[in-house]
Design a protein around this ligand. Structure first.
Ligand SMILES: NC(=O)c1ccc[n+]([C@@H]2O[C@H](COP(=O)([O-])OP(=O)(O)OC[C@H]3O[C@@H](n4cnc5c(N)ncnc54)[C@H](O)[C@@H]3O)[C@@H](O)[C@H]2O)c1
Length: 255
């Protein structure tokens, strides 16, 4: 029970990696604020946690909105009295498009959720943590941030920005009792991706083959890394980008 009496806020916790992390935090004793654009999905996560005997509350929030993000943090603190761990995970879907065909509207929307949303979240979370003198932040980037991201230009650029924002926050906050780290997942088989595999079984093999382990990751495998970076076990780690990618980055095309 590494998170007994701790309060965790997770954005995009209505599905996938965010939901897996919410369930694991709750199983280890945390009170979890489950924030999502899709309130119904957030409520489902809360139900899963409560059915397992945990404590959680759902918050409707679009992380692209400064007012909604402020309100999300305020509600968390009003509900549970503190904010010890923040996981800034929300990111909208990206439609693969060549850079030259990507519209300005799409670029701005992706950046407003995936990059600005993380910045807005940290901007609202950090003052609470500074007042407490303690806190951890885990942001979710992607391996797409670490090399060219063909057909995903706004997403790759936004995720590269998330890594830099995390490093900056870590450097600014290191002596204040607050740690900030980031995770770069490879391909993770969330429900949305599993549905795609059912429709296009050949995609599963292609997606698996880009990883040295010849499989995609599971949301739980990223969630485990999130809990590690939030726990006291990682007390001397800040500003780190933890790649959780089944060897995607180290795989040579010659293999
Ligand atoms: N799944 C992967 O293969 C993969 C790979 C690398 C990185 N990531 C990153 O991991 C994180 C989680 O991805 P996932 O695959 O679990 O996603 P998912 O699509 O399964 O779930 C994302 C959740 O975020 C919510 N959301 C979308 N826009 C939002 C907004 N504006 N405000 C608040 N909530 C919003 C959705 O409603 C959904 O519940 C994302 O940051 C994603 O970019 C995922």
């Amino acid at each position: 029970m590494r998170f007994e009496n701790r309060v965790v806020l997770i954005t995009g916790a209505g599905a996938g990696i965010g939901r897996a992390a919410a369930v694991k935090f709750a199983a280890e004793g945390a009170k979890v604020a489950v924030a999502d654009l899709n309130l119904e999905a957030a409520l489902e996560t809360v139900e899963m946690i409560k059915m397992a005997g945990g404590t959680a509350t759902a918050i409707s929030c679009d992380v692209a909105s400064p007012e909604a993000v402020e309100a999300m943090v305020k509600t968390t603190v009003e509900t549970y009295g503190a904010l010890h761990h923040a996981v800034n995970n929300a990111s909208g879907p990206s439609v693969p498009t060549p850079l030259n065909d990507t519209t300005t509207e799409v670029f701005d929307r992706v950046l407003s959720i995936t990059l600005r949303g993380v910045w807005l979240s940290m901007k609202a979370e950090v003052p609470v943590m500074l007042e407490q003198g303690v806190g951890t932040i885990v942001n979710i980037a992607s391996v797409a941030a670490l090399h060219g991201a063909p057909l995903l230009s706004p997403y790759g650029a936004a995720k590269a920005g998330v890594i830099n924002l995390t490093e900056t926050a870590a450097a600014e906050l290191a002596t204040s009792g607050i740690r900030a780290n980031v995770i770069a997942p490879g391909g993770i088989a969330t429900d949305g991706i599993k549905r795609l595999f059912e429709m296009q079984p050949e995609t599963k093999n292609t997606m698996s083959a880009i990883h040295a382990m010849n499989r995609m990751g599971q949301p739980d495998e990223v969630a485990d890394a999130i809990l590690y970076l939030s726990s006291d076990e990682s007390s001397f780690i800040t500003g780190h980008n933890l790649v959780v990618d089944g060897g995607l980055l180290v795989k040579s095309d010659l293999m």
